[in-house]
Design a protein around this ligand. Structure first.
Ligand code: T4K
Length: 408
């Protein structure tokens, strides 16, 4: 029997640059006393990203959700938008905030992204755009979606929240479509604590995006449109700027972990990984594995609960499907979403992050194999103990906070 980890193994942990690099930058911020509102570090960061992505047509935001919301608004997307239900809720929420109706379409089994073959049947006179998601950093079927969007005169928008660093035939993935949103949230491959980026085809959009993220201000006395506040702060930009130095190293490290999982669990009946695609430089943002209950002998949920008994905390991204959450349940859905439903019931994202030791990856694999070996016992145990509601893990309020706040 493999023993449980002493410390919890989460599905992800953020990479952090050396603290002294960050505090040196903080010192500058303290000297400038310029904290937000298009400060010097935000401007330097935007330039650095323009160099990284080889395009000046990009714009920084406080987070990915606001970036996507504002991007849709800037493109004047309206009516209905065809999108995937196998995503984080923010994809659909950004449509809701634009008073646009999400039309959920099924996904492909091999990439888990929007299935172009099912999109066309859902297009109506009210459709204004396709909003596809490069889920887990896997590129959508780019040319097929582009061809459909072009033929029907629809905007093609990519939620590329997971896709930092992914390239297709050497070209950044964010270079495809009319507009792509990348999330810089702490849980992402690359982060700025919180943050978001839009990369777009039409350079003229930049002015509008800058208005929309800063209350519509042109100058001290003129407001051009009713914008919101979605600006990135100097501290966030500092983190993002430092992280750029480590981006390639982070992806290399993740590649090693991804390979270790694939090698160790190859050929295990009932487990399927998403196959890497030729011509794609992946970023290994997530480690999704699909668990077929019949072949593996345990359901995804049983494996999920059993792993928690070993102090391993994988995540069921993206279960339930967005359309099954109470706030979207009333929407009528034409597509049976067969693949999406099966995937949501089978998917489990295993731990993957740069600081995860390869020995620990092997131990997680040993645990999975051990759970499978003893599946009858785990089925019984999970049925008895495993179905209590999920408890939050990680530091809780009051744990070590006295020290931070220096309270008596
Ligand atoms: N579109 C897509 C397709 C997305 O996946 C997302 C975000 C968005 C749009 C919106 O982008 P943002 O507005 O977030 O920029 C997380 C993230 O909060 C969210 O950004 C992400 N997708 C989603 C897939 O995952 P949770 O609720 O799973 O996060 P949480 O807090 O449970 O963290 C997961 C694990 O990460 C923890 O178990 C431990 C570790 N962790 C987390 C944080 C925040 C740390 O070690 N340190 C940390 O600071 O949503």
């Amino acid at each position: 029997m493999v023993s449980a980890f002493k410390e919890p193994i989460f599905n992800t942990r953020p990479f952090l640059p050396p603290l002294d690099e960050f505090t040196r930058g903080l010192k500058l911020i303290w000297e400038h006393k310029w904290l937000t509102n298009d400060g010097p570090i935000v401007r330097e960061y935007e330039q650095a990203l323009a160099d990284y992505f080889h395009t000046p047509d990009l714009c920084l935001f406080a987070n990915g959700t606001l970036a996507l919301q504002i991007g849709l608004q800037a493109l004047e997307v309206s009516g209905e938008v065809i999108t995937t239900p196998f995503t984080f809720v923010a994809t659909a929420h950004s449509l809701f905030w634009n008073r646009v109706r999400p039309v959920f379409c099924d996904i492909e089994p091999d990439t888990l992204t929007l299935d172009p073959d099912r999109v066309e049947a859902l297009i109506t006179p009210w459709t204004s755009a396709i909003l596809a998601v490069h889920v887990f950093g896997n590129p959508c079927r780019l040319s097929r979606l582009q061809e459909i969007a072009h033929r029907h005169k629809l905007h093609l928008i990519y939620d590329a929240a997971h896709a930092f660093g992914v390239k297709v035939e050497g070209r950044p993935l964010v270079d495809f479509g009319d507009l792509s949103m990348v999330s810089f949230h702490a849980t992402k491959v690359y982060h700025s604590f919180e943050g978001g980026l839009l990369v777009f085809r039409d350079g003229a959009l930049k002015k509008k995006l800058n208005y929309l993220k800063n209350f519509g201000f042109e100058n001290e006395v003129e407001v051009m449109m009713p914008g919101t506040n979605a600006k990135m702060t100097e501290v966030h930009a500092l983190m993002g700027l430092l992280m750029l130095r480590y981006a390639d190293q982070i992806i290399d490290r993740r590649r090693a972990i991804d390979s270790a999982y694939r090698e160790r669990l190859a050929g295990v009946s009932g487990l399927r990984f998403i196959a890497p695609r030729a011509g794609v430089r992946h970023n290994y943002a997530y480690m999704p594995v699909l668990i077929d209950e019949t072949a593996f002998g345990l359901s995804r949920d049983e494996v999920y609960h059993a792993l928690k008994a070993f102090n391993v905390y994988p995540r069921r991204y993206f279960y339930p499907l967005v359309c099954d959450h109470p706030c979207y349940k009333a929407l009528q859905i034409a597509d049976p979403l067969t693949v999406a439903r099966r995937t949501a019931d089978q998917v489990l994202c295993l731990p993957i992050y740069p600081d995860l030791a390869l020995d620990d990856v092997h131990r997680v694999c040993d645990i999975i194999l051990d759970i499978r070996e003893n599946r009858a016992e785990w089925r019984r145990r999970v049925a008895v103990f495993g179905l209590e509601p999920d408890r939050p893990v990680g530091p809780q309020p009051n744990e070590g906070w006295e020290h931070v706040l220096d309270r008596p």
